[in-house]
Design a protein around this ligand. Sequence first.
Ligand code: SAH
Length: 234
Amino acid sequence: MARGKVYLVGAGPGDPELMTLKARRLLEQADVVLFDRLLDPRMMDTVRGEKIDVGKNAGRHKLSQEGINQLLIEKAGAGAMVVRLKGGDPYLFGRGGEEALALLEKGIPFEIVPGVTSSIAAPALAGIPVTHRGVASSLTIVTGHEEPGKEAPLDWKALAGLSGTLVVLMGVSRLKQNAAALMAAGKPADTPAAMVEKGGWKDQRMISATLGSIAEKARASKIESPAILVVGEV
Ligand code: SAH
């Protein structure tokens, strides 16, 4: 039972070279790795243990969150060293917090290994610094895909009033509504906006426009998930 432990590991935005050294080492040592479908398969090259794909596609869950929690508890409870590999940073919209709580509740030892988050890395890799001296002195990161009743609703008025950079994750499916909500709350339609698709992947794409035109341009360019919306002067 000595090894029974779960590592909640951030995998970074997609490029295997943007994983941390610790993530790399733990992957090599793990008895079991639970990973998400979106992860670059090259990240798994050095894994010798069992690989379990628990990946989810927008709406179509392969394994429920409850199922993932159960599997983590089961495997670590049986003495395995488990790596739960998650995109970006595990605690930023990755439901890593829920997994941590489930483990805590069952008394399963776990450790968090932070990762390079796409919310900063994807804009960076597309040429956008999220803050810039004299231009943007704050960064706000929100989810663009709220589950009704499950999350605290976004305060668009407050978001529209901020002068810094706004980064919207999971921003593709509701892009049009979110841009409209920001403008209705007072954000000028000519505010610069960009979408970064698959930041750090080989087929990374970026489109830039204004808040007023970004939804139409993203539709015309067939921007797909995973992508993030960046709004602001940067
Ligand atoms: N924990 C992750 C975010 C999970 S939410 C992190 O820290 O990065 C999933 C959302 O992240 C996607 O809908 C998309 O908006 C964003 N995302 C993840 N990887 C991305 C990438 N390589 N390029 C652009 N956006 C990405």
